[in-house]
Write a protein that binds this ligand. Structure first.
Ligand code: DGJ
Length: 742
């Protein structure tokens, strides 16, 4: 396993426990030979290349980092412009290096190894001798994961300037796979995570963001799947970009029935100046192969992102149950109101109180004060420290909302530094939510934000931060950049953001950070590197959340998926759903409340108390277990999923029915991920009964779902493996079994 090289044939075999990826150097070009289920390493592997050799034209050659201009008319992976205005370069193989583990990507978030033995990396070195352009393709293969991580470094080793007009992270030509389907996540504000699936045909299917953030509209992820691929069967090839800015991803089926998939920073409105000696590092693309359906693809992403992308103190810790005051009060609160919510939360077992927007400057609505990060003494006479200490005294931790990338035109900061926002001289400054975006390409702007936040973190006991970002980038230009660097602004913005996040999260490691961008507008792996959880959507309606959370789980681990119970009628859609239903949906994620607990009746408080106590018992399994999706809310009235512990000894199933069904047929749900050899004790939330079933039966026949005659129903089943029979427990097991049968 790892990387094997056959020097004579120029063949590179990257192999993990169940996957192979093969590249061969043909006429100096790195050619894509194979990606899929594992192939044995054999003496003779060069016969795998069934594709037309380069001599027959580049347009038919399956490549790893294709150029444009010399006969390949498909989308190239890069394009460089020379000082003389020409755009032709021809990269040829110039050597390779094999490295243990995975090298760091300086200044960019990236998947990591904890031990060098976990992965091997291959660098393929390509050069265009005429211009001096050097390209290093970096591949990392994990021993025990079906994952290839790719990124690219482009350097100018010549003596004249080069201008990159396109520099994608990865491109792969899948020969004969022109009849696949593409899946991706689309949406809008409050409608994130919609799963789309459609067949590829000759031509292009492309998703992108030009918004300066990864966006609500398209997540930086796509998968190519076979027509017959389902949750449990068939091939899936996932591509996920570890990046938080404008991106592009696309599949292009050529006239010979092959598919080229490429992904990276959006080439639209992008250019990067490479002076002699300069380099450009692309973000990385995480490519996952599954031979067993979408479920396995997702679980591979989940495990990798949870354990080798998220960092810091909290990545593997159980996350606190929070109550957030946003939907409870919006901007209308004072210290006593906040403490009263926290007080109620304390009685119900909640662990963290989060003070959302409105505590700083003179922010009585969303039209002022962003950038003025000091407390509003009108609302908080004793300051933030006073509120935080009062909350702490109740036994809750204190969390705080910021929107650090923004500036309100109506703010002290803007009056002092009107050029600190992204803007283009002579053009209007487009406001969204009455705010502009700070120019994070500038060190002094980032330093100001660092100083403002760290002053609070060192004087107030802040345990949690919600890092919000509520608008896209417009008039993307920087007062600090020379004309030849203006087209770099959007990417430099993201690099500036990453630099600041690295500093802040490293200097305040005790703080749990949650990212947010009007909900899931920047739910991407780049942000997860710094912040292990994300606010999934501003839409807190439980019915809508079934889809949003299900869709998001295609790529992202449940530990990252923030999910709160909110008040009814729901503030986004006006729907009234039972508290139990809302609780079960939110408990399927990273759990909390977002409402005024002081308004609850005693009965509702009892329900909350029960939910909080239940979540404390199950959160290890929900947040760190393996997710199996069982019924898709995109396909009907029912949804179901389950969480299974790594040792398969414990599991938790949730099932939901949105609308009551008259004269309904018997419904069942077939479980996944259990050990067919084990017997499980199954406890049902509806009947409270415990029964014993074999893992094989639960996965083949399934569990019956007995819904009552009402809308918005949820139920759960807790499964515990019954220990193998020993002399000591054989009697009690037999007794239990007989009892259940009688
Ligand atoms: C958008 C977020 O998604 C909400 O949860 C809330 O924090 C508001 N911003 C506050 O302005």
């Amino acid at each position: 396993m790892g990387v094997t090289v056959q020097e004579q044939t120029g063949l590179f075999h990257l192999q993990s426990s169940d996957m192979s990826y093969l590249i061969q150097i043909v006429d100096g070009y790195p050619v894509h030979v194979y990606w899929g289920g594992k192939l044995k390493q054999r003496e003779k592997m060069s016969d795998l290349l069934i594709h037309t050799p380069a001599g027959a034209g580049l347009d038919r050659l399956p490549q790893e980092y294709p150029q444009y201009g010399s006969g390949d008319f498909r989308n190239p992976a890069y394009q460089a412009e020379l000082e003389d205005g020409t755009r032709i370069t021809e990269l040829k193989y110039d050597g390779y290096r094999i490295l243990k583990g995975k090298p760091h990507l300086i200044g960019l978030p990236a998947v990591y190894t904890e031990d060098e033995s976990e992965a091997d990396s291959l660098e393929l070195i390509l050069k265009d001798t005429y211009s001096g352009l050097k390209v290093v393709l970096l591949y990392t293969i994990f021993a025990d994961r079906n994952v290839i991580v790719r990124s690219t470094q482009l350097s100018n080793e010549g003596d004249k300037k080069l201008r990159l007009r396109r520099a994608l992270s990865a491109s792969v030509d899948l020969t004969g796979k022109g009849d696949m389907e593409i899946m991706y996540l689309s949406g809008a504000w409050a409608r994130e995570g919609t799963i789309r699936r459609r067949p590829l045909v000759q031509g292009e299917t492309r998703i992108d963001s030009k918004r300066g953030m990864s966006s609500h509209q398209f997540n930086p992820f796509a998968a190519l799947v076979s027509k017959e691929t389902t949750e449990d069967h068939g091939e899936a090839f996932g591509f996920s970009l570890v990046y938080s800015g404008s991106f592009e991803a696309g599949a292009e089926v050529d006239s010979f029935g092959s598919t080229r998939f490429s992904i990276g920073v959006n080439s639209f409105d992008f250019a990067w100046q490479l002076n002699p000696g300069d380099s450009f590092q692309t973000p990385e693309a995480v490519m996952v192969y599954s031979g067993h359906g979408l479920g396995e693809m997702s679980r591979t992403y989940h495990r990798l992102y949870r354990t080798r992308l998220c960092r810091g103190k909290y990545w593997d810790e159980e996350r606190p149950i929070l109550v957030n005051n946003w939907e409870a009060t919006y901007f209308n609160f004072d210290a006593d109101k906040l403490v009263s919510i926290a007080e109620e939360g304390a009685k119900l077992g909640i662990e963290l109180f989060v003070l959302d927007d409105g505590w700083f400057g003179k922010r009585d609505s969303d039209n002022s004060s962003l950038g003025d990060w000091y407390e509003d003494r009108r609302k908080l006479p004793g300051g933030l420290a006073d509120v935080a200490e009062r909350v702490n005294r109740l036994g809750l931790k204190f969390g705080l909302w910021f929107e650090p990338e923004m500036i309100s035109p109506d703010s002290e900061l803007y009056r002092k530094h009107p050029d600190w926002c992204l803007h283009v001289p002579g053009r209007r400054r487009t406001e969204a939510r009455w705010q502009l975006v700070l120019d994070y390409t500038r060190q002094e702007v980032r330093d100001y934000i660092y100083d403002s936040l760290s002053a609070i973190f060192t004087s107030v006991p802040v345990s949690y931060v919600k890092w919000d970002m509520n608008r896209c980038l417009t008039e993307i230009g920087s007062a600090a950049l020379q004309p030849e660097h203006q087209a770099e602004t959007a990417h430099r913005y993201v690099l500036g953001l990453y630099e600041l996040l690295e500093r802040i999260t490293a200097d305040f490691p005790h703080i749990l950070f949650e990212s947010c961008s009007s909900g899931g507008g920047r739910f991407d792996p780049g942000m997860l590197y710094y912040m292990p959880q994300t606010w999934t959507s501003d839409n807190t309606d439980a019915v809508e959340r079934l889809k949003i959370q299900y869709g998001t789980s295609l790529v992202y681990p449940v530990s990252a998926i923030g999910a709160h119970v909110s008040a009814v009628p729901n503030h986004q859609v006006g729907r009234i759903t039972p508290l139990e239903f809302r609780g079960d949906v939110a408990m399927s994620g990273n759990f909390g409340y977002e409402l005024d607990l002081t308004n609850f009746t005693d009965e509702e408080k009892e329900t909350v108390k029960r939910q909080v106590a239940t979540y404390k018992q199950i959160r290890g399994l929900v947040q760190q277990g393996d997710l199996y999706r069982l019924k898709s809310p995109f396909e009907g009235n029912e949804s179901a999923w389950m969480f299974v512990s790594e040792d398969k000894e414990e599991a938790l199933v949730y099932a939901f029915q949105v609308m009551a069904v008259p004269n309904a047929p018997l419904r069942t749900v077939r479980l996944g991920g259990l050990d067919p050899e084990l017997e499980y004790e199954v406890e049902s939330s509806i009947s409270g009964e415990k029964s014993i079933y074999g893992g094989d039966r639960l996965m083949q026949l399934g569990l019956p779902l007995k819904y009552e005659q009402k809308d918005y129903q949820s139920m759960w089943f807790r499964l515990k493996a019954v220990k193998p029979l020993t002399r000591f427990n054989i009697k009690s097991y037999a007794r239990l079994r007989n009892h259940r049968r009688s």
